[in-house]
Write a protein that binds this ligand. Structure first.
Ligand SMILES: [Zn+2]
Length: 403
């Protein structure tokens, strides 16, 4: 007996098994304890013990429903999560957003607040984020919910410690955002994390988007910067330091327009929103630098809708550049789908046909390896929704919330 391998830490096994049970209930609810045991391979006594603990912490509840099988009826279980909420925030070019979800991923609140982060100092942005987080926390606490965690999405590189070594979009260098936000919130009893906006948008796609449940997908952010958040084999692709996915500076045309990074013809310099506006609405720069592109985006939509030939041709060209980049992603990662967000989704009706043709022509695999290319359905708060989704991960990984 003493030579049998022993688990090094029985607590770890319990945490892992708890995650298995929670996941099963999330995906298959309503389900019975017997279903969970049969489908997960855990024995019935273990399932009963874990379910008892999850009910006690109000992560799972019994419904009044029973399933009549041969023998005695089985009580059905669903996620409870009424006492909990998870928060996601995002820092955009001209606004901050907050989303809260319950344990089942249902939205509890969606707030957007005008804030020009690129014109603010990092300290001012941290203060504004903390104020928004406090209001959101107070709102969900007022509904009797405890916050499980908070994740902020930023446009830039983010390391594992939640520090932002570089964000050209925000003008940041080496901003320890997670630490500063935690301090501004006076060390709350929930986790405070930071991630790249594209990674969080990809998580939101995997849970809530049109391709929810896909194990391989990419979300491409639209806006000033173009970033790829990639789910590969069911997990976020992060790379060795967490910086994977910066496709915006893939050079598509060395003779193309100058890019903010100092090189020429990058994807961002061809299909980023400022680049598209500069090319198709050259008169907008006459009044000085543009920071809020929403009126221009509306104008582009209106002109494209009226079949303006210059705008239609310009958007088709933009779509071809985008398709070129998506073909690289399709060859590299073979995703089931690439979902485009921001202005790429707004202008999707005019961009995507050329984009899809270029993808089909440019990828090596037949039919681009089955890669579908679609406009994201998640709207402007995808990263915040993904942040809230990420904040649920601690509980979903089997760790019990702090009482
Ligand atoms: Zn560049």
């Amino acid at each position: 007996m003493q030579n049998d391998p022993q688990p090094t830490d029985l607590g770890d096994v319990r945490v892992a098994n708890r995650a298995v049970v929670l996941r099963h209930v999330r995906v298959h609810a309503p389900c019975s304890r017997a279903d969970i045991a049969a489908r997960t391979g855990l024995n019935k006594a273990t399932v009963s013990s874990l379910v008892g603990e999850l009910i006690e912490r109000r992560l799972v509840r019994e419904t009044g429903l029973t399933e009549n099988r041969i023998g005695r009826p089985a009580t059905m279980l669903v996620l409870d999560g009424e006492p909990y909420a998870a928060l996601g925030l995002q820092v955009g070019a001209d606004e901050l957003a907050a989303v809260a979800v319950d344990l089942g991923g249902n939205r509890l609140l969606t707030w957007r607040r005008a804030f020009a982060a690129p014109a603010a100092t990092p300290a001012e942005t941290v203060r504004a984020l903390a104020a928004l987080a406090r209001r959101a926390t107070a709102r969900v606490a007022g509904e009797g919910r405890a916050v499980l965690g908070l994740t902020v999405g930023v446009p830039g590189l983010v390391d594992a410690a939640g520090c932002v070594p570089l964000s050209p979009a925000l003008g940041w260098r080496d901003v320890p955002l997670a630490d500063q936000l935690r301090a501004a919130l006076r060390d709350p009893d929930f986790t405070v994390a930071v991630d790249n906006e594209a990674n969080l948008a990809a998580l939101a796609e995997q849970r809530h988007g049109a391709q929810a449940g896909a194990t391989d997908l990419v979300h491409l952010t639209g806006g000033a910067g173009i970033r790829a958040g990639a789910i590969v084999g069911g997990r976020l692709l992060r790379g060795s330091r967490g910086f994977a996915g910066e496709i915006g500076h893939l050079c598509l045309d060395p003779t193309g327009p100058a890019c903010a990074c100092g090189r020429s013809g990058c994807l961002e310099a061809l299909v980023g929103l400022p680049a598209v506006v500069r090319r198709l609405l050259p008169d907008t720069a006459e009044d000085g630098p543009v920071t809020d592109f929403l009126p221009e985006l509306d104008r582009l939509k209106a002109l494209a809708g009226q079949d303006d030939p210059t705008v239609r041709a310009g958007l088709a060209e933009t779509g071809r550049h985008l398709g070129h980049a998506v073909a690289v992603l399709a060859d590299l990662l073979n995703p089931e789908a690439v979902l485009v967000g921001g202005h790429l989704a707004t202008l999707g009706p005019w961009l995507l046909p050329a984009d899809q043709a270029e993808l089909a022509a440019g990828a090596l695999a037949p039919e681009a390896g089955g890669c579908r290319l679609e406009a994201s359905t998640l709207g402007g708060t995808a990263a915040a929704l993904g942040g809230a989704t990420a904040a649920l991960a601690t509980v979903e990984s089997g760790r019990l919330p702090v009482r």
